[in-house]
Design a protein around this ligand. Structure first.
Ligand code: SF4
Length: 229
């Protein structure tokens, strides 16, 4: 059984100019200065982290994939791992440390900014993991699938359980816990399996949600049809 590799903390530099623009603030105003102070506090507080394993696919069934003795059920995952032998199950997170700073309800604007800072930390952690997999593990062009991402039956969120069990003690390693409904805490965490692929793929192609601000690729009806259980 492969061992879990932990990156803690992940180095980061928050981009104040980009956050200021995204929050629709004018540089030099009081609001922009407050945001900058919060970015300073986050820089002192945050410890984004990643945990992952290098694993090999043992078996592929009709709609199942077995990795290190753990079987996942998802036709979409099975199809996208058709050519993959090596996979990288992972969890990345903005880090529990950021949840220790809590803003009062009436401070909803600051609470919103803090959540956006956490989102940026998660993106930094995710990009850092990808660069580690590229530089140290020779992973070329790759894609990710995550339980619960895309339409509900593409890879059901309940499959977080086997994913976490494949990784090991994720809570001890990076402080990410699974709730009874398989949601992660901290919320600004991402789990999944990263794998080599020659085709451009995003689970957004398998998601019919309208008006999603995070959509990275248009819905693909033919691919969706092909991945229905
Ligand atoms: S469209 Fe939005 S909700 Fe759907 S998979 Fe993409 S990011 Fe997630």
């Amino acid at each position: 059984m492969d061992t879990m590799i932990v990156i803690d903390p992940i180095p980061f530099a928050l981009d104040a100019a980009s956050l200021t623009e995204r929050m629709c603030l004018t540089p030099g105003t009081e609001d922009a200065r407050e945001l900058e102070e919060m970015i300073g506090e986050a820089t002192q507080t945050a410890k984004p982290k990643a945990a992952f394993k290098e694993c090999f696919v043992e078996q592929k069934g009709k709609d199942t994939v077995t990795v290190d003795g753990v079987t996942f059920t998802s036709l979409a995952l099975r199809k996208h791992l058709q050519a993959a032998e090596r996979v990288f199950p992972f969890v990345v997170t903005c880090g529990r440390e950021m949840d220790r700073v809590v803003y009062a309800k009436e401070d909803f604007l600051k609470a919103y900014w803090w959540e956006e800072i956490k989102s940026d930390l998660l993106k930094i952690a995710s990009d850092h993991l990808t660069s580690v997999l590229t530089l140290k593990f020779g992973l070329g062009k790759s894609a990710t699938m995550s339980p619960g991402s895309g339409d509900i039956d593409i890879w059901p969120i309940e499959q977080q359980q086997p994913l976490f069990s494949l990784l090991g003690d994720v809570d001890d390693a990076v402080g990410v816990q699974l709730s009874d409904s398989f949601l992660m805490s901290p919320i600004k965490s991402l789990s999944g399996i990263r794998f080599a692929t020659e085709i451009d793929f995003s689970t957004c192609q398998l998601c019919r949600r309208n008006n999603c601000p995070s959509r990275s690729a248009p819905f693909d009806p033919a691919l969706w049809e092909d991945c229905q259980p």
